[in-house]
Design a binder for this molecule. Structure first.
Ligand code: ADP
Ligand code: MG
Length: 637
C-alpha cells in the first residue's frame, strides 16, 4: 500500500501560507507592497485588535479589472512576472504571486477594486481561499482589501499569536518600514480608531522621518549620501550622541524594499567605531539603489533578506558615506565662527584644518626625533611619574625573559634584555594626578581659533569658556580622554612604556588569566609589560606611559571584563577597547585640580574641531548662546 499522498491544493495552500503570512504584520506588509506596485500615491492602513480580527488597506493605485479579480487570489497568480527572464531583474515589490492566495487561505477576505478610468468596480469575497461572491460594485478608483479573522481556520497558528498589543506594535513597525521605504507615498496608519502616524508623501526623506519616527529622532540625524559608479546611497544616520541601546533604529532599504542586511549593518557600525559609547547602536534610514541585476531578492518568501553580487562595493559605499557624514558633523560642529570673525580673518572654509593630517604627522615625527636625539624620552607628560620612562623598541622589549611565544615575559630576570641597563633618568616622585599634556602642534592652529577666554571651571568638572558671544562648557575629562585616545591610536606603534621601579603584583581569576594570556601580544604591543609567575599570579613591570601605576590593576580588570563580555570581537576592536581604557585612566578627571595650561590645551583641542565626542560617544562640549542669556535676562526681547 502506498504511504505517500499528494496533498490537496487546499492543504498545500495552508502550508505555503505559513511561509508568507506569519502574523498580522505580514499581512500589512504584503497588502501595502501590492499598493506600491499598483502605483498608489496614498495608502491608508487600519487595524483592530492587533490585526487579528480586522486589517484594512486602501489605496489609490491602478486597481484590478473584473476579469483579473478572481485570478489574483490563485496561487502563482501575478501580473509582475511572466517568464524566467523577469526573475533576473525584479523591480516590483511582489513577483511570486503568493500573498493574496496565502492570506485568503487563512482568513475571510473582501476586496473592492476599480481599475483607473473604469465605470464601475468589483467586489470579491473569499472564505478560506474559496470565492463566496463576486459582483460589480460602485467604488472609488483603486483597491481596498479587508482581511478578517486571520488564522480562524488554523487554530495552531492562531495560538501562536501574541497579545493584541504586541501584534499591534508589530503591525505598526511594518507600517513604519513601508512608509520609510516610500517617502513619495503618503501613508496613514490607524490602530483601533486612532491615527498613529501620517506621512506626507512629499518625497522628502526628512519629513518622512519626522512624521513617522518622531521629532526627536529627526532632529538628531545627519544627512548621508554617497555614490560609486551605478550604486548610490542616500538617507540619514544618527548623530553619535543619539545612538541607542539596540538596533531598533536601523532601517535599510534596497531599491525601495526594506531589507535586513548584516553587511550594511556592519559597515554602518564600523563607521561609528570610536565615536560611540560601547554597547550603543547607531540609527539610520538608508536607501541603497543598485542595478536590479546586482541584487537577488528571491532568497526568502518574505523577501527581507537579499544577496548582493558585489558585497565589497556595497560595504565600502555604506562605510565611507557614513564616515563622511560623521566627519562633516565634526567640522560643522557647534563651534562655528561668527560672520564678523570670519570676515575679519578673511577665510571661511576648511578653517580648522589649517594643517593637514599629513603635515601633522610629519610634525609629530619631527618632534619625536628631536626628543630622541636630545634624550628627553618623555613625549607625553608634563610631570614624570614615580618611575622612569623610556622610549622602547616594543618589538624587542616584549620578547624578553623566558621567551614565551605569548608575548608576555615569563620567569626571571624581570627586566628585559633589550631594555637599557640603567634608567636613562631617574623619575622624581609623581605629583598627585600628574597629567599628560599634549604638545602644542604648532602655532598655526592657535591663530586660527576663534576668540575665546577661559573663565574658569565649574565643579572641577566643566571648563567655562567665553567663545565669541557665547558660553562654551567643556567636559574636561571627556575631551582629554578623546585627545589621548586619538594620539595613542595614531601612534600605537610607538607607545611609550614606563617601567615601574616597584613592579605591581597582580592576581587574577583563572578565567581572567586565560584572557590575559590569549591577548598577551595585544597588551604588550600597547605598552603593558606583564610577567607570568604561575597560573593566576602576575607581576606588572611596565605600563603605557600615560597611565598612573595606581590605575594598573583596575585597568587590567576592566580590560579583562571588556574582552570577556565580547565587546571586542575582532583584534582591531580589542585594541580600541584597550586604548579606551588607557585613555580613560590617563585623562584628567572630574574633581582634580587642573592647571591653567592644561585647561588651555583641552580648550584649544575642542575649539579646533578635532575633539567632538569622547571615545565612548559622549559629547565633550555644550554651547550656550549669549543671545539666549540676554533674552532670559530681558536685555533683549
Ligand atoms: P504578487 O504581488 O507577488 O504579484 P499577490 O498575490 O500579492 O502577488 O498579488 C497578485 C496580483 O494581484 C498582483 O500581481 C496584482 O496584479 C494584483 N493586485 C494585488 N493587490 C493589488 C492592488 N492593491 N492594486 C492593484 N493590483 C493588485
Ligand atoms: Mg504582492
Amino acid at each position: 500500500m502506498s504511504v505517500i499522498n499528494i496533498l490537496s491544493p487546499h492543504v498545500a495552500d495552508l502550508i505555503a501560507a505559513g511561509e508568507v503570512v506569519e502574523r498580522p504584520a505580514s499581512v500589512v506588509k504584503e497588502l501595502v507592497e501590492n499598493s506600491f506596485d499598483a502605483g498608489a500615491k496614498n495608502i491608508s492602513i487600519e487595524i483592530r485588535n492587533g490585526g487579528s480580527t480586522y486589517i484594512r488597506v486602501t489605496d489609490d493605485g491602478c486597481g484590478i479589472s473584473p476579469e483579473d479579480a478572481g485570478i489574483a487570489f490563485m496561487r502563482h497568480a501575478t501580473s509582475k512576472l511572466s517568464d524566467e527572464h523577469g526573475l533576473e531583474c525584479i523591480s516590483t515589490m511582489g513577483f511570486r504571486g503568493e500573498a493574496l492566495a496565502a492570506i485568503s487561505a487563512v482568513s475571510r477576505i473582501e476586496m473592492r477594486t476599480r481599475l483607473t478610468g473604469a465605470g464601475e468596480g468589483t467586489v470579491i469575497r473569499l472564505t478560506a481561499g474559496e470565492i463566496d461572491e463576486m459582483d460589480a460594485v460602485g467604488c472609488p478608483e483603486g483597491t481596498t482589501t479587508i482581511v478578517r479573522d486571520l488564522f480562524y481556520n488554523t487554530p495552531a497558528r492562531r495560538k501562536f499569536l501574541k497579545s493584541d498589543r504586541s501584534e499591534a506594535s508589530a503591525c505598526h513597525a511594518a507600517a513604519i518600514r513601508c512608509a520609510l521605504a516610500h517617502p513619495d507615498v503618503s501613508i496613514r496608519f490607524i490602530r483601533d480608531g486612532e491615527e498613529q502616524f501620517f506621512s506626507p508623501g512629499d518625497t522628502r526623506i526628512s519629513s518622512c522621518i519626522y512624521t513617522v519616527l518622531g521629532r526627536e529622532t529627526a532632529r538628531d540625524m545627519l544627512e548621508c549620501a554617497g555614490e560609486d559608479s551605478g550604486l548610490t546611497l542616500r538617507g540619514y544616520v544618527s548623530s553619535p550622541s543619539a545612538c541607542r541601546g539596540n538596533r531598533g533604529g536601523q532601517f535599510f532599504f534596497c531599491n525601495g524594499r526594506f531589507i535586513r542586511s548584516v553587511l550594511m549593518q556592519t559597515a554602518l557600525e564600523q563607521a561609528y567605531k570610536n565615536s560611540m559609547l560601547t554597547g550603543r547602536y547607531p540609527g539610520c534610514v538608508l536607501y541603497l539603489s543598485i542595478p536590479f541585476g546586482s541584487v537577488d531578492v528571491n532568497v526568502h518568501p518574505a523577501k527581507i533578506e537579499v544577496k548582493f553580487s558585489e558585497e565589497k562595493r556595497v560595504f565600502d559605499l555604506v562605510y565611507y558615506s557614513v564616515l563622511a557624514a560623521l566627519e562633516k558633523e565634526k567640522h560643522s560642529a557647534d563651534i562655528s565662527l561668527s560672520p564678523s570673525t570670519e570676515a575679519a580673518l578673511g577665510k571661511n572654509e576648511g578653517f580648522y584644518q589649517s594643517i593637514s593630517a599629513q603635515e601633522y604627522k610629519a610634525l609629530q615625527h619631527k618632534e619625536r626625533s628631536a626628543e630622541k636625539v636630545s634624550g628627553a624620552a618623555d613625549t607625553a607628560f608634563s610631570a614624570p611619574r614615580d618611575s622612569y620612562q623610556t622610549s622602547l623598541d616594543l618589538g624587542s622589549a616584549f620578547s624578553s625573559g623566558g621567551g614565551r611565544s605569548t608575548g608576555l615575559s615569563s620567569g626571571m630576570p624581570a627586566l628585559g634584555l633589550s631594555k637599557p641597563e640603567k634608567p636613562r633618568h631617574e623619575g622624581v616622585p609623581a605629583e598627585k594626578h600628574a597629567v599628560p599634556v599634549e604638545k602644542p602642534v604648532q602655532n598655526v592652529e592657535k591663530k586660527a581659533l576663534p576668540y575665546h577666554n577661559i573663565v574658569g571651571e565649574l565643579f572641577k568638572k566643566y571648563i567655562v569658556v567665553e567663545l565669541e558671544e557665547d558660553v562654551l562648557l567643556i567636559d574636561k575629562h571627556a575631551a582629554h580622554e578623546r585627545m589621548i585616545f586619538d594620539r595613542l591610536k595614531a601612534n600605537a606603534a610607538e607607545i611609550t612604556v614606563q617601567t615601574l621601579l616597584e613592579p605591581v603584583p597582580l592576581r587574577l581569576s583563572g578565567e581572567d588569566s586565560e584572557l590575559l594570556l590569549a591577548n598577551s601580544s595585544l597588551l604588550s604591543s600597547l605598552g603593558f609589560e606583564i610577567e607570568i609567575l604561575d597560573d593566576c599570579n602576575f607581576v606588572v613591570r611596565g605600563l603605557p606611559a600615560d597611565m598612573a601605576p595606581s590605575d594598573v590593576i583596575p585597568s587590567i580588570e576592566e580590560i579583562c571584563e571588556k574582552l570577556r563580555s565580547g565587546k571586542a570581537p575582532s583584534p582591531e576592536e580589542a585594541r580600541d577597547e584597550v586604548l579606551h581604557t588607557v585613555a580613560c585612566k590617563a585623562a584628567i578627571k572630574a574633581g582634580w585640580d587642573t592647571s591653567e595650561a592644561e585647561l588651555e590645551r583641552v580648550t584649544e583641542a575642542v575649539l579646533s574641531g578635532s575633539v567632538l565626542y569622547c571615545p565612548h560617544g559622549r559629547p565633550v562640549s555644550y554651547r550656550v548662546s549669549g543671545r539666549d542669556l540676554d533674552k532670559r535676562f530681558r536685555r533683549i526681547v
